[in-house]
Design a protein around this ligand. Sequence first.
Ligand code: HEM
Length: 467
Amino acid sequence: MNVSVGGRRMREQAGDGWLEPVHPEPHTDQQSQLAIIWSARRDMLASWRAADYAAGITDFSLLGRRMVIVNTPDGVRQVLGAGGDLYERKSPQMRRALEFLLGDGLFISDGETWSRRRPLVAEIVGKARVPGFAPLMAQAAQDMVEDWAVRDLSGPVDVLTEMGVLTAEIISRTLFGVQLGRADAQAVIEGFAAYQRRIDAFNVGYLLGFDDGLPVFKTLALRRAVKRIHAVVEKVVEAHLAGQGDHTIMLDMLELRRRRRPDAPVGRDALRDEAATLFMAGHETTAATLAWAWHCLSKAPWAEAALHAEIDLVCGGRPPAYGDVPKLAYARAVVEETLRLYPPVAILARQAARRDRIGDVEVDPAAVVLISPWLLHRSPDLWDHPDRFMPERFMGEERPDAYAYIPFAAGPRTCPGMNFGLTEATLCLATLAQKFRLRPAPGWSVETECRLTLRPRGGLPMMIEPR
Ligand code: HEM
C-alpha cells in the first residue's frame, strides 16, 4: 500500500508472512537545494534519494557547506570507531539544537568536559548496574499492566505517549530512586514533543557560513517547552540530591569520584546537567523503540504469535523478570530488528578536528560528516530485504557487522545506556505482550518523522486489547 501524507509519499507493503513497515519513499528525481533544505527541516529523512542508500562515501555542497555522507562499515569504523579526538565533536547543528535543553551535558559536550564526565556517567548507567536496575524496570512495566487493566480501552490510546510515560518512570526510579507519576511524565513527554517540533535542527546559519552555527531563536513556545521539562527534571534531581529517594546512586558516584580523582572533582551543577541529559537521553529513545515495535508487531501476525509463544513458554503465567531476559531471545530480536528499521537517533553528525580523508573524499574541519544509521541499516548492499521486518535476522549465532548495525553508535562515544536500554525494552515488551495485544487504530495512517529523534509523526494511536 502506498499512501501520501502531508505531501510526502509513505510506503508500506505486506504479503503472506512478510512485512515492509512504513517508511518514506526515497526520491528518484533531482531536487533543488532549496527543496532539500525545506523538506529536511521538517523531516531529516524526507530528502534522501534512492542512490543515498547505496554503500559508499559521497560528498556534496548544501548552500556553501560541504557535507560528507559516510555509508560503509569501514567508513563508520574510521569516524566513530577510531579512538582519539578526530571525530569526537558533534556537529554545530546538533550542539545548537540541544544546548538550550541540555546545557553542557555529556550528549553534546566534547574535549575536557566530555572526557572528565564520560566515565562518571558510564558508571552510573553502565552494564554492571543493569542487574540492580532490572527489578525496578520490571515493576514499572507491571504497574502499567495494572493501569491498562482498569482503563477504559474502548477507543484508541496514544502508544507513543504510553511508552514515554513508562520509560520516564523507569529512568526516574532507577537513577533517582523517585516515583515520577503520570502527570509529571506526561509534562516531560509533551514538553519534549513541543521542543522537537519547534527547534531548528538544521541551522541554516551554519550552512550559510557561520562555522559554529547561529544560536537558535528562542520563541515563547520553545521557552515554554524547556521550562516544562526542566521543572520536572529539577524536582526529581533535587529530591535525589536531598536524599529523599529510595537510593542515592548519583550521590554515591559523585562521592566515589571525589575520592578517586581529588584533582578533578565533578560539582553538583555538572551533576545536575548530566542528570537532565540522562533523563532525556535515557527515556525518549527507548520509548520510540517500543512504540515502533508495537507498530511492527501489529502488522506482522506471525511475529506476534512467535513472541506470545516464547513469553508463555519462558514465563508461564508469572510476570517476566530479569532472569528470563536471556531466554526471551525472540523478544530481544524484535527489539533489535526494530532498532535496525527505526533507529531513534537516525543521524549522527560530526565535525572533524583536523583535515582527514575518508575513502576518496577529502574532509576539512568546516565540513559536516554525516553517518545515518537509517541509511546504513537499509542499504541494499549490506542487508537482504533491507526494508522488511525480520526479527529472525537477530536469532542465530551470527551477528551483523558491528559497524553496519549502529543504533547505539560505536566507538568511544557509543551509548553508555545500551545494555540498560536493551534490557528495559525487552522486559517492557514481554511484560505488556504477556497480557495485551495492540492493534492499528482504524483510519490512522502512521508516518515517520525525524527531527531530533525518529518517531511516529503525531503519535501512535492504537487499540489495546486484553489477550
Ligand atoms: C534504545 C535505547 C537507546 C538508543 C537507541 C540510544 C542511542 C544512542 C546513540 C546513537 C548515542 C550516540 C549519539 C551520537 O553519537 O551522536 C547515544 C548517546 C548517549 N546515550 Fe543512548 N540510547 C538509548 C538508551 C539510552 C539510555 C537508557 C541511557 C541512559 C540511561 C542513554 C544515555 C546516553 C548518553 C548519556 C549518551 C551520550 C554519550 C556520550 O556522548 O558520550 N541512552 N545514545
